[in-house]
Write a protein that binds this ligand. Structure first.
Ligand SMILES: C[S@@+](CC[C@H](N)C(=O)[O-])C[C@H]1O[C@@H](n2cnc3c(N)ncnc32)[C@H](O)[C@@H]1O
Length: 265
């Protein structure tokens, strides 16, 4: 039997897509070039730290570590494959790396009818962050303040800056209610604090499609961030199970009881 050229072409496409996304994932978290840690107490590059997002890279665009970045990629690929409608939004982008992965997946699948929305103060944690919040110590962390121009420049270096990316500058309380999207397939919360989680969920959870993914970067790390999520779940009778991604991160699939655990990596 002669080989089927169409199935060969499909296999080639899958292989090239995976190769691009593998490389993108490694690069965005600083694994590819063994980008040393920003923190002085960590000597140089430590792969276990970078896998788990336990340090901040000196120059790479994301601090979430390989496991959470890889999971984000898988979820973006899943909603495309399963036809879950909606845009991808991250609340809390820092240097932009996780939002760049969202855009990279759309590019790899040639998806042109979904946007990536990247929301941040682009100035670090808001000054009025409650001092008693478990993440409040980050308010004075200078490296957390990354300007919109710097984030756009990073997108541009990766050839991911175009009209499909929308930046929302300001506090979540001010920007998210009027975010330019009707429906979301991926909602990623990475603002660390109680207020950031509360404001994001209040503004956006209704827009998350059934089968869409709510990703909580620091659910298992910051107790006040977790409290805001738990309060929202109780108030809205949400029983979708929270699945742990790594030591810090968790997620649930909206209306997805029994659907969890379907990611391939
Ligand atoms: C942990 S960083 C995000 C990391 C990023 N997702 C990555 O891929 O590396 C948290 C970000 O949330 C932003 N942030 C926190 N609370 C906010 C709020 N209430 N409004 C706007 N931005 C906020 C900070 O400016 C910061 O850039």
């Amino acid at each position: 039997m002669s080989p089927n050229p169409q199935s060969h072409a499909a296999a080639d496409l899958d292989r090239l897509r995976a190769a691009y996304l593998d490389l993108l994932c490694d690069s965005l978290v600083g694994r590819l070039n063994r980008d040393p840690a920003l923190q002085d107490h960590i000597a140089g590059y430590d792969d276990e730290h970078r896998m788990n997002g336990w340090d901040w890279p000196s120059g790479a665009p994301s601090m979430i570590g390989w496991r959470r970045m890889s999971h984000l990629r898988n979820e973006c690929e899943r909603v495309i494959r399963e036809g879950v409608a909606g845009d991808f939004l991250e609340a809390g982008v820092w240097r932009g790396g996780a939002a760049m992965m969202m855009r990279g997946v759309l590019k790899a699948y040639a998806v042109t009818d979904r946007k990536v929305i990247a929301a941040d103060s682009f100035a670090g944690l808001p000054r009025d962050t409650d001092a008693s919040d478990a993440a409040a110590f980050l308010r004075d962390a200078a490296p957390l303040a990354v300007t919109l121009d710097e984030v756009k420049a990073a997108f541009s270096r990766y050839r991911l800056l175009d009209k499909q990316v929308v930046f929302l500058k300001g506090t979540f309380a001010d920007t998210l209610k009027s975010a330019p999207t009707e429906q979301l397939a991926i909602l990623r919360l990475d603002g660390d604090t109680y207020t950031s989680a509360k404001d994001s969920l209040a503004a956006l959870y209704d827009k998350l499609s059934s089968g869409g993914s709510l990703i909580l970067d620091d659910y298992f790390l910051f107790e006040d961030f977790k409290r805001a999520i738990d309060e929202f779940r109780t108030a809205h009778d949400i029983f979708d199970p929270i699945v742990q991604i790594d030591a810090y991160g968790g997620y649930w699939i909206k209306d997805g009881r029994g659907r969890q655990g379907r990611t391939k990596r």
